[in-house]
Design a protein around this ligand. Sequence first.
Ligand code: NAD
Length: 491
Amino acid sequence: MKGQQIEAQLLINNKLVLASDNATFDLHSPHTGEVVAKIPEATLDDVESAVAAAQNAFPAWASLSPAQRGAPLKKIADMIMAEKDELARLDAIAMGRPVSTYFDATYAATHFNYYAEASYPQGHTSLNTPGFLNMSLRQPFGVVAIIIPWNAPLVFFSKKVAPAVAAGNCVVVKSSEKAPLSSWKLAQWIEKCGFPPGVINVLSGHGQTSGNALAMHMKVRALSFTGSTRTGRAIQIASAKSNLKKVVFELGGKSPAIIFEDADLEQAVKETENSINWNSGQTCMANSRIYVAESIKGKFIEAFAKLAGSRKMGDPTDSNVNHGPQADKVQHEAVKRYIALGKESGGEVIDTGAKANGAANANGDSKSLTVHPVIFSNIPETSPLVKEEIFGPVVVINTFKTEDEAIQKANDTEFGLYAALYTKDLERAIRVGKKLESGMVGINCTSPTGCWDLPFGGWKGSGTGRESLLESMDHYLEVKSLYVRCPGIGV
Ligand code: NAD
């Protein structure tokens, strides 16, 4: 299989097809630079066909019982687990995610299995209007579009597709142009698992074409999106300009971690270093800003740098590697621009791979788009390094003197996805936790630590929805009130 070029397809109405005009784009491995796949660039006609297929499939799919809709969901969960190594390899060659860090298949199978069993949406009843038995119904939208990013594609595919189709909707998924292979793999199993034609359609291509066409489509009634805040804004505008489709957003972050003087330093260092450098810093909730009590700054940074410097860089398909390349040239160049900016800004810097990071590519002589972790400290709070999402293994470690100062700095951002704090003082932990403007707060833990059955999502510019095993299905159901006149029912 190694070295063999993949020729991917779209899935429309259970048919694996090329783009209507046969156009493709090349997908390069960020480690070797080789073309690993030819990916169809879905056209506007393909979007039309996929939406029409979903619309046609909807009445029959929505009228099945939850158990009938659940049967193919269970099958796809089984397929995902049986093929988890291949899925890990596909994401590794597409966007550089180390196979050693691949939890995505387990996550996806859990979500498909859960919604296979748990799709019994219910409304309310009311006897509060004399002479009436009133009720509310929760019903699927019809056609739902799902647009996902590249940093954990299978995670986003499953957490959105599973609840949407379990609720009775039919979907058109658009994968990311940077990591379309695991979605394409799942597309090949849809018919085998027993999904009727049109229930799940999978497109690949760039956002400006197929993504925008889905966001503008008059027949798409809801759209669930995970990606950057910039694209979220564009989709919001497209929704407003078309049919005001419901939109659900999980967007970017610039997450702070606060380390108080009494924190368990070893634990705080270990977890915050993992948070920012896991997936080479390409995680929405990575703690890219760390505020450490001034008195422990030296010890903290020394231990942090030691850990960051011991990452095992290299081929993401090698199970001994825990730090792969950035996803593609665009990401790589953006991260390196921020590093150069930080180095000019007069703060302190520890570059764990100074020579390699300074080369045309990180490994100097190889084609890999690796970036070694870089730690900046004493950077002005107004710097783009502190304000903007870098999406790379670059952290800013600044200090604070008082609790209020730490909270003020942590909250001084347009993002609000995940905040963390480390302290042994329980009352302070809760007090500060309450004041942090963030959808998720870790106390003596940091991202990616979370909880699959509690709301996941951001405040402020980090999003509008909350996803979780218990909540996601609500995004894919409309509510209707039914007023039933029953004069004879008495009191
Ligand atoms: P992106 O916004 O560039 O792309 C995401 C998806 O949107 C891709 O499929 C892309 O093709 C599509 N797209 C681009 N322009 C579009 C348009 N005009 N209309 C419709 N679709 C369009 O994001 P990315 O680079 O793929 O992912 C990284 C971003 O995602 C980061 O900002 C990260 O923080 C965020 N993210 C957020 C979460 C979360 O749960 N909050 C999780 C993962 C990633």
